[in-house]
Design a protein around this ligand. Structure first.
Ligand code: AP5
Length: 210
C-alpha cells in the first residue's frame, strides 16, 4: 500500500507515520528527515536546502523530487511506503504521478493553526533517528534522551515561533491546494488530529483500512 500523509507542519504526520509503519510493516519516507540528515552531513543538496528550511520556506521541487525518486527505488519500498511531507506542491504530486507511482490513499490530518503553534513549542526531536516527542503529550522516558536510540533530544531550529508562522503560511499557500488535487482523484480522506495521539491513530488507521 502506498500512502500519503498530508497536513500542516506539526499536525502529527510524523507521529502517525510511526504508528502506521508498525501496523502495516511498510517504511516511512520523510523528506524533512532526509533533508535534515543532508544538512547535518553537509552534502551538496543539504547546503542548498538549509536556507529555505531555516526560513520556513520550501526546498526547490527539483531537489526534493530527485531525493524522493532515489528513495522509493530502494528495496524496502517495493511493497509499499508512507510518504510524510511529500508531495508539498502540485508539481511534486504531478512528478509522482509521472513516475508511475500508484497512490492508494491520501490521509489529511487536520489541526487548526492555534493548536499547531502550541504543539510545536513543546516538540523535541532526535536528530539521529528522527523520533519525535512532546514535553507534555508524548514525553520521552528519560527527559532529553531518545527512547529509541539513546541520543540527545533537541528543539528543531524551525520550531521557533516566527518560523512556525512562516511554515503555516507556506502550507496554506503551496501545500493545501493538494487537497483538491487528490479529492479529484477520489483518494483524499480527512481525519481530525485534535484528539489524543492514540485516538488520532485509531481514526487514521480506520481511514486507511476503510
Ligand atoms: P518536515 O520535517 O516535513 O516538517 P513539517 O511538514 O513542517 O512537519 P513537522 O515534522 O513539523 O510536523 P508533523 O506533522 O510531522 O508533526 P509531529 O508528528 O512531529 O519539513 C521540514 C522542512 O523541510 C520544510 O519546512 C521544508 O523546508 C523542507 N521540506 C520537507 N519536505 C519538503 C518537500 N516535499 N518539498 C519542499 N520542501 C520540503 O507532531 C508535532 C508535535 O505534536 C510533536 O511534539 C508531537 O509529539 C505532538 N503531537 C502529535 N500528535 C499529537 C496529538 N494528537 N496530540 C498532542 N500532541 C501531538
Amino acid at each position: 500500500m502506498n500512502l500519503i500523509l498530508l497536513g500542516a507542519p506539526g499536525a502529527g504526520k510524523g507521529t502517525q507515520a510511526e504508528v502506521i509503519c508498525n501496523a502495516l510493516n511498510i517504511p516511512t519516507i520523510s523528506t524533512g528527515n532526509m533533508l535534515r540528515a543532508a544538512v547535518k552531513a553537509g552534502t551538496e543538496y543539504g547546503l542548498k536546502a538549509k536556507a529555505a528550511m531555516d526560513a520556513g520556506a520550501l526546498v526547490s521541487d527539483d531537489i526534493v523530487i530527485g531525493i524522493l525518486k532515489d528513495r522509493i527505488a530502494e528495496p524496502d519500498a517495493q511493497n509499499g511506503f508512507i510518504l510524510d511531507g511529500f508531495p508539498r506542491t502540485v508539481p511534486q504530486a504531478e512528478a509522482l504521478d509521472a513516475m508511475g507511482v500508484t497512490i492508494d490513499k491520501v490521509v489529511e490530518i487536520f489541526v487548526p493553526d492555534e493548536t499547531i503553534k502550541q504543539r510545536l513549542s513543546g516538540r523535541r526531536v532526535c536528530l539521529d533517528c528522527g523520533a519525535t516527542y512532546h514535553v507534555d503529550f508524548k514525553p520521552s522516558k528519560v527527559e532529553g534522551v531518545c527512547d529509541v536510540c539513546g541520543k540527545e533530544l533537541v528543539i528543531r531550529k524551525d520550531d521557533q515561533p516566527e518560523t512556525v508562522i512562516s511554515r503555516l503560511k507556506t502550507y496554506h499557500e503551496q501545500t493545501a491546494p493538494l487537497k483538491d488535487y487528490y479529492l479529484a482523484q477520489g483518494k483524499l480522506v480527512t481525519v481530525t488530529g485534535q484528539d489524543s495521539v492514540e485516538e488520532t491513530s485509531r481514526l487514521t488507521l480506520e481511514a486507511i483500512n476503510g
